[in-house]
Design a binder for this molecule. Structure first.
Ligand code: NAD
Length: 504
């Protein structure tokens, strides 16, 4: 069933979703749906209730090995013989199937991740199907170039050269829990458009939509082994995939800490690697900004997905003339947001993904208070069921405080005044991260002067936190290596082969 109106309440879980939750989901290995070889399963939870939601297979090194071998075999099979236009058609089929099963996928995602069903419908389903369509278009536009060369050996010889773009091979894709289906598609779509095969390892907290995606891949006409899905932990399945000699490229989205482990392993094996990591994005707000945008800045720029977004604008730097007004407006806007289950789209703050993450975010808030920052909202700890955290805003925050430097990944942000714009940009750049940033001004000169000075892979102006399939996305500094989206993403999934022809 296609998605319901994005802002409509889920009053009843669809029978197809209930059935899927009751019958244990399966790994997808070489076109076969299967349990783990030793029968192990792991529980996944509903963050809104803290109760067990379903069981999934607990894949480990053995399943990863089978998946990689299936992906290697598939590289040589029907997939490699498909013409680009046929690859394109299969990806378009998959996009249609995601849409056709949209409401099931959206409900499944909200039950497993906790997020607002409105975001599940718009992003996990809507953006995923459109992202596939965008990347499907690139399948038929992969091209090399002809090159004139000046090779002088042996004397008198003539050469003509050209380049071919070829699939990099088996792609190991490791995804986080914050946008489970969408992150899987951000990796699968360009990898498949370029003719690669994939082993997907979703986050242990949120494997359900990725396992369901595996089934839809087969239904869409992807030959067996082209996409394989192994649920399991990072320490076991993730590490096994990272180290597997049959994997040619790793694409990872997750924390900077794990990204470094994966990057080091990739270098040991000379695997190609793309790392999309953490962030601590600044929003620099100038006196001349349109203050009517503040509510949207809070809801979309900062608290989208309950703040569990890598480029969330968690550090506001406000020019002195509007500082008080910003503090007051943000406190009013954020204080009025309702906290509750994602099945009701009226709730803007939904649970954190896990008990562990709830404890982490709560500890960050307590840590901010201990460091001497001033909490603006008079909210206590959440004492009901589920993994909820009430939002918090801090003022009086020094640059060296952890609440200013470390990623919280929850509904928490800081507001700091500035007098000198150059100093504001210096503070904005003063973390180890560099994923996103934004400038809020109605002055064109201010915009042009400071955009080049911000150290971030994406700089938004008068908006924040809105990516697009055609707009390169990735991190400066410790926010990552490489870019996703747009034409730039394709190069990460292709090898360049120079062909040099002696002309006799
Ligand atoms: P995480 O790093 O803990 O886990 C991400 C994935 O890595 C999971 O699938 C996990 O199982 C796996 N993993 C963990 N240890 C591993 C290991 N040793 N070897 C291989 N795989 C391993 O991150 P998370 O908590 O799931 O996600 C939140 C983080 O992701 C935040 O830091 C956030 O900023 C980042 N993120 C970044 C982007 C981006 O595009 N830059 C997007 C979303 C999330």
């Amino acid at each position: 069933m296609q998605v319901a109106r994005p802002d409509s309440l889920v009053s009843q879980i669809l029978p197809a979703v209930a059935d899927y939750l009751d019958s244990p989901a399966k790994l997808l290995l070489g076109g076969t749906s299967t349990a783990a070889s030793d029968g192990r399963t792991m529980d996944v939870f509903n963050p809104a209730t803290g109760k067990k939601l379903a069981e999934v297979p607990w894949g480990g090194a053995a399943e990863i090995d089978l998946a990689v071998k299936a992906a290697q075999a598939a590289l040589e099979g029907d997939w490699s013989r498909m013409r680009p236009v046929e690859r394109q058609r299969v990806l378009l089929n998959l996009a249609d199937l995601i849409e056709a099963n949209g409401e099931e996928l959206a409900q499944l995602e909200t039950l497993n991740n906790g997020k607002s069903v409105m975001l599940s419908r718009l992003v996990e389903v809507g953006n995923s199907s459109n992202y596939l369509r965008y990347m499907a278009g690139w399948s038929t536009k992969i091209e090399g170039s002809t090159i004139d060369v000046s090779i002088a050996v042996p004397p008198g010889a003539k050469y003509q050269a050209y380049t071919r773009k070829e699939p990099v091979g088996v792609v190991g894709a490791i995804t986080p829990w914050n946008f489970p289906l969408n992150m899987a598609i951000w990796k699968l779509a360009p990898a498949l458009a370029c003719g690669n095969t994939v082993v997907l390892k979703p986050a242990e907290e949120t494997p359900l939509t990725s396992l369901r995606l595996g089934e839809l891949c087969l239904e869409a006409g992807l030959p067996p082994g082209v996409v394989n899905v192994v649920s399991g932990t990072g320490a076991e399945a993730g590490a096994a995939l990272t180290a597997h000699p049959g994997v040619n490229k790793l694409t990872f989205t997750g924390s900077t800490e794990v990204g470094k482990i994966i990057g080091i392993q990739a270098m040991r094996d000379m695997k190609r690697v793309t790392l999309e990591l953490g962030g601590k994005a600044p929003m620099v707000m100038f006196d001349d900004m349109d203050l009517d945008q503040l509510s949207e800045a809070a809801r979309i720029g900062i608290l989208f997905n309950s703040g569990q977004t890598c480029c969330a604008g968690t550090r506001i730097y406000a020019q002195r003339g509007i500082y008080d007004r910003i503090c007051e407006t943000m406190a009013n806007v954020v204080g009025a947001l309702s906290v509750g289950s994602g099945l009701d789209p009226a709730n803007a703050i939904n649970p954190m993904v896990s008990a562990k993450h709830q404890a982490h975010v709560s500890a960050c808030i307590a840590g901010g208070v201990e460091e001497g920052a001033t909490p603006l909202l008079d909210t206590g700890a959440y004492d009901g069921e589920g993994y909820f955290v009430r939002p918090q805003i801090f003022t009086d925050v020094r640059q060296d405080m952890r609440i200013m430097q470390d990623e919280v990944f929850g509904p928490v942000f800081t507001i700091t005044p500035f007098d000198d714009p150059d100093e504001a940009i210096r503070m904005a750049n003063d973390t180890r991260y560099g994923l996103g940033a934004s400038i809020w001004t109605t002055n064109l000169n201010t915009m042009h002067r400071y955009v080049p000075q911000l150290q971030a892979g994406t700089v938004w102006v008068n908006s924040h936190n809105v990516p697009d399939a055609n707009m390169p996305f990735g991190g400066y500094k410790q926010s990552g290596i490489g870019r996703e989206h747009g034409r730039a993403a394709l190069d990460a999934y292709l090898e360049t082969k120079s062909v040099c022809i002696a002309v006799r």
